[in-house]
Design a protein around this ligand. Structure first.
Ligand code: PMP
Length: 460
């Protein structure tokens, strides 16, 4: 059990002990968790969730970067109920389709940038990434270049936890487990200016990080490289906003060596950065993008890959099945919810709200409230996405020693004081629902300030 107080609540205690007996949690040291008991979350409304002790908590992470339209949206519940009644499942393998899959593909195409108008459905971001890996390799194979199959990604990138996602991602802790990884994946440095640029200006560092791509392409041979894959802004890596010139340089290099550019939009998609897709905010013109999370505001699992003409036409003209897909590709209920979600986003002008109103307000208010805090080394973010570097010494950027898990200390203070922020190493990240109000942003910032103060006290 978590503590004595929790023991007063039999329902909570029951759920905790059932959970400890039977549930293996994702990305969790389950043994350690079982000793204290998992917090039981019982309901959500707007930007808030409640736990079984009745605590109301401001969800600064929108679940897991996904509940973009907030909790308790009746429109999404009704779409699911209606579709459950009409047709709860049918596949799209047997030369068959249904209106949710077809209409959702059209809805997605209405908001994707450029010519990314053909949609392949999956159930999770990881599956979308695996789809990209297989699809770009297959694309080159049908161009007569099966050897053009290396994918290049970045250190500290997160692309999911299937074997494909783990291998493509740059998380060293993940690489050690369940190895060996997939072959023919290469990685280059991440564009983390505050943490890794030394004396370089942002511009110099942007060029240097893009040059790392060119160096890697030349090292393995341009004719062997299928695609470069990157998140417009790294999310789970700690919200790393690249220097302003970075993506334009990357784009030039991909064009120069005829390498496909894939944007992993699982976090950045669906308004998070103030455009429908992060690629628009960051000025990227990808050949293919993955999306999940905000596609259905997390109400049901669904993901997609949007494919531009170059790859789509090759697949369509090639007279052979593409042997890839999932039982639940384009699941009618999940698709119906995603359609309702996109329509709701359009009706409420939510992307414009993030771009012009709440995004700039959030970024400004965070800096006003936290920039001068002794623990805060740097704040970076766009729209409703932010990463905050916690440091021991602001002037030298010195980090806390390894035995002081400053991020976890801060995260626990947040949870105990009614705020969810996530710790990524020594960085604190936030990604609240897009429907957050000005007053709720104020509350988020005030709570964060209080929790940063408590964190400082804990380590002083
Ligand atoms: N790509 C990115 C950029 C992600 O952030 C995530 C999940 N956080 C994934 C892929 C994997 O998505 P999922 O957990 O739905 O498999």
């Amino acid at each position: 059990m978590r503590n004595d107080k929790n023991n007063n609540s039999p329902v909570m205690a029951d759920i905790q002990s059932i959970d400890a007996d039977h549930h293996l949690h994702p990305f969790t040291n389950t043994g350690a968790l079982n000793k204290k008991g998992a917090r039981v979350i019982t309901k959500g409304q707007g930007v808030y969730i409640w736990d079984s002790e009745g605590n109301k908590i401001l969800d600064g992470m929108a679940g897991l970067w996904c509940v973009n339209m907030g909790y308790g949206r009746k429109e999404l519940v009704e779409a699911a109920t209606h579709q459950m009644t009409e047709l709860p499942f049918y596949n799209t393998f047997f030369q068959t389709t249904h209106s949710p899959a077809a209409e959702l593909a059209k809805e997605i195409a209405s908001v994707t940038p450029g010519d990314l108008n053909r949609i392949f459905f999956a159930n999770s971001g990881s599956e979308a990434i695996d789809t990209i890996i297989r699809m770009v390799r297959h694309y080159w194979a049908i161009q007569g270049k099966p050897y053009k199959n290396i994918l290049i990604s970045r250190e500290n990138a997160y692309h999911g936890s299937t074997l494909g996602g783990t291998s493509l991602g740059g998380m060293s802790g993940m690489h050690k487990q369940g190895a060996p990884l997939l072959p023919n994946i290469e990685r280059i440095r991440q564009p983390y200016w505050y943490g890794e640029a030394g004396d370089m200006t942002e511009e110099e560092f942007g060029i240097a990080c893009a040059k790392a791509l060119e160096d890697k392409i030349l090292a393995v041979g341009p004719d062997n490289v299928a695609a470069f894959v990157g998140e417009p802004i790294q999310g789970a890596g700690g919200v790393i906003v690249p220097p302003a010139n970075y993506w334009a340089e990357i784009q030039k290099i991909c064009t120069k060596y005829d390498i496909l550019l894939a944007a992993d939009e699982v976090i950045c998609g669906f308004g998070r950065t103030g455009s429908w897709f992060g690629s628009e905010t960051l000025g990227i013109k990808p050949d293919i993008i993955s999306m999940a999370k905000g596609l259905s505001s997390g109400y049901l699992p669904i993901a997609a890959v949007a494919v531009g003409n170059r790859i789509a036409n090759a697949l369509i003209e090639h007279d052979e099945d593409f042997y890839h897909g999932f039982t639940y590709s384009g699941h009618p209920v999940a698709a119906a919810v995603a359609i309702a979600n996109i329509r709701l986003m359009k009706q409420e002008n939510i992307v414009e709200y993030v771009a012009k109103d709440i995004g700039p307000y959030f970024q400004k208010k965070l800096r006003e409230t936290l920039a001068d805090h002794p623990l805060v080394g740097h704040i970076e973010g766009v729209g409703l996405l932010v990463g905050i570097a916690l440091v021991k010494d602001k002037a030298t950027k010195e980090l806390f020693p390894d035995n002081v898990d400053i991020g976890m200390i801060c995260r626990d203070h947040c949870f105990d004081n009614g705020l969810i922020m996530r710790a990524v190493g020594s960085r604190m990240v936030a990604s609240p629902p897009l429907i957050i109000s000005h007053a709720e942003v104020d509350e988020l910032c005030e709570k964060a300030r209080l929790c940063f103060d408590l964190t400082l006290k804990s380590v002083s």
